[in-house]
Design a protein around this ligand. Sequence first.
Ligand SMILES: [Zn+2]
Length: 81
Amino acid sequence: MKTCTWIGNGEGCNHPTVKDRSYCEHHIWSVYQKGTHLSKRKKDIRTAMTVHFWEDLFNQAVEELEAEGWSFEAEVDRIIA
Ligand SMILES: [Zn+2]
């Protein structure tokens, strides 16, 4: 019989695994929750990358406009004045 592969706090776990799984009944839910957490994190990373993508596009547009003599700073001053 296989034993749990949980290494949570570094001490490991020697409980028998749940059928066809790598973890015992005590740890399988911890792992599941960690997985859920990771997929949420993946979503956060995707969001950050998307924001970064738009920032890049934005900066590119500003650069092009500035090349034509338009000033982003002056424009901001004008808007908030
Ligand atoms: Zn365990």
